[in-house]
Design a protein around this ligand. Sequence first.
Ligand SMILES: Cc1cc2nc3c(=O)[nH]c(=O)nc-3n(C[C@H](O)[C@H](O)[C@H](O)COP(=O)(O)OP(=O)(O)OC[C@H]3O[C@@H](n4cnc5c(N)ncnc54)[C@H](O)[C@@H]3O)c2cc1C
Length: 543
Amino acid sequence: MTQFQQAPPALGNQYDDDRVLRSYLARVLPADVLNDIQESLVEMGRLAGGELYELQLADRLNEPTLTQWDAWGNRIDKIGVTPLWRRAERIAAEHGLVATAYEQKHGSLSRVHQCALAYLFTPSTDIYSCPLAMTDGAARTLLNSGNQALIDHAVPHLITRDPQKFWTAGQWMTELTGGSDVGLSETIAKQESGSNTYRLYGRKWFTSAIASQMALTLARPEGNGPGGRGLALFYLETRDEHGRRHNIQINRLKDKLGTRKVPTAELTLDGTPAQLVKGPSDGVRNIAPLLNITRLWNGISAVSLMRRGLALSFDYASKRTAFGAPLSEKPLHVDTLVTLQAEFEAAFHLAFYVAELTGRSETHEISDDDGLLLRLLTPVMKLTTGKQAVMVASEVLESFGGAGYVEDTGLPVLLRDSQVLPIWEGTTNVLALDTLRALQSDGDPQRGLKRFEAAVMLCMEGVNDSRIVNVVRAALDHAASWLAQVEGDALEAGARRFSLTLGRAVELALLIKHAQWALDYKEDRKSLESAQRFASVGVDHIF
Ligand SMILES: Cc1cc2nc3c(=O)[nH]c(=O)nc-3n(C[C@H](O)[C@H](O)[C@H](O)COP(=O)(O)OP(=O)(O)OC[C@H]3O[C@@H](n4cnc5c(N)ncnc54)[C@H](O)[C@@H]3O)c2cc1C
């Protein structure tokens, strides 16, 4: 008697198989640029769907380790990472996962190229994107700081393609007092007499990718006042020339829900030598470039995890039979998946639009209006895509039935890892309040919103589907009338619904813009169907 055997979901080349990425790149990149970078994307797609995916499944039960003492009683605080992460580090350096953005071979579009590589790489490497995001953010922060000594010393390590020279960076902000309200930080910086070196004393409560060679951190120079302004931004190296930790004790690794391949530590700094990056105060402001970059990576990670879940789920639907037909022929199952696909596509276009704007700001090719848009869309994109990633991952697991809940399918990790996206680098609420601040940065939030609305409506010029244009317009009009009516506590209380409405409205606008292009130039209706679906689900969360 032959017994039934279920075929598992499989992945092909993750670039070749990705209609959304390929179609987007064909629209935004000149043909010669696309031609030039295509090979790198095909290769990363091959690794992500092949070698790295296989290694990821095989590496499932491995976790990072902390060895605090050697056999002879010396405190060593040694971190071991898993085979997948060791391989990921090498591939990341060689394939320029950080370097591509700084080599700027294609000007501002190098950011788009880098984000496309990161999007392909991330879902097969169990959040190796975390150290890369912070490394990229550290490079950008140091370059913006004007501190030539640190730029010359550290940046070449952060942006090299040579795995032997490659450094990763941590960012140590969160203390027990709070990750959102970092102005409460207690770490003290004491200046060594007659020198530019400071020594840091304090406890850092969440420090991810603790195997890194350097970190940017916040501490309060002695004598400075309270709050974020009294903090300064510091550069430190985690080990001395003999490989010993620089007066840093790793107290323990966090036992986390997800991102379990990422060694996230609690630290004590006990006289750690550090250099000022940019003046003895305003540390929170000075670290902002790092947060803008890590928030971009967060959004790219969100869409990449959604894409991975859906790639597996669509494949499985063609292999799993129920009630006499494959799931891919069951109208309700298909309806469920295409609704998730629409969420993913909308999120994709917003995350990559922020990549485009980031690239233009780095090459100083950005107008004032687009500068404001980038300031506003960075938190809006991060908070909107983070929420979508958790929802999509949860539904993806359900689309596999019981198998989605079983660890050795490799599926549950998608949900656990997605759950970090709305938490770190600014929770949904904290970013919603930042969205209000971004509108205020122009002096008048109403005027800021008008400029935003004008930019969104402009991007839908030439779109034929007036129903969708009207859905976007109605949501933005509602946002404007709400903003005009509320103040004080009511404004703060509604900030999340307001920001999500802006996020989803701009997602729909970008998706329909792309859909019109795909229809006009590629006779491809799939993006339009996703836009129509996303519009039907709705974008307005304000009440
Ligand atoms: C896996 C992981 C890795 C991390 N890695 C790092 C790292 O490498 N470096 C680092 O510095 N940090 C790191 N963090 C810390 C992370 O950035 C913080 O957890 C996050 O910023 C929230 O801070 P908190 O935990 O202190 O929560 P709190 O700030 O106490 O917030 C608790 C809740 O209150 C809400 N809240 C706070 N203020 C307001 C307000 N004004 N209005 C409304 N709601 C509000 C928040 O949205 C949240 O829901 C990591 C966290 C995780 C989970």
